[in-house]
Design a protein around this ligand. Structure first.
Ligand SMILES: *[C@@H]1O[C@H](CO)[C@@H](O)[C@H](O)[C@H]1NC(C)=O
Length: 135
């Protein structure tokens, strides 16, 4: 039954494919979702925080980028550290709650949490982010 439903839906979607996706792209309003960036000391900490973020529906997806090198000034000294980077996709309205959660679990005295609004993207992907993360 479910398969039949998919087949019936699939054909008209294919025929009007172009129009369907251009309509869907009009539905996404620039800035509704954001990409957030968090640095972590290592993979173990990043995975634990990422799991918490997704379980609490504070984001749809967290990518952990291994082995980055960070050079920064801290308390008057130039530091160089090996870290990992978390790339997070969520609703922009969730960024304050995401920040609060990260502050409560992150080992750093001052955790890096920054976000940038997502301007455009693949409409079905942006829809998925909105479906996973409640308003
Ligand atoms: C990861 O970082 C945390 C916090 O700085 C530290 O306690 C832990 O030992 C580190 N784990 C590994 C495997 O390096």
């Amino acid at each position: 039954m479910a398969l039949l439903g998919i087949l019936f839906m699939y054909t008209p979607l294919r025929i009007v494919g172009t129009r369907f996706f251009s309509m869907a792209s009009e539905v996404y309003i620039s800035g509704t979702h954001s990409a957030a960036f968090i640095t972590c000391p290592n993979d173990t900490v990043a995975k634990e925080i990422a799991r918490g973020i997704v379980e609490k529906k504070l984001a749809a997806c967290v990518n952990i980028v291994p082995q980055i090198t960070s050079i920064y000034e801290w308390k008057g000294k130039i530091e160089e550290d090996s870290e990992v980077l978390m790339m997070i996709k969520t609703r922009s309205s969730k960024v304050p709650a995401l920040t609060e959660f990260v502050r409560s679990v992150h080992p750093y005295e001052v955790a890096e949490v920054i976000s940038l609004p997502i301007d455009q993207g693949n409409p079905p992907y942006l829809k998925w982010v909105g479906d996973v993360v409640p308003e």
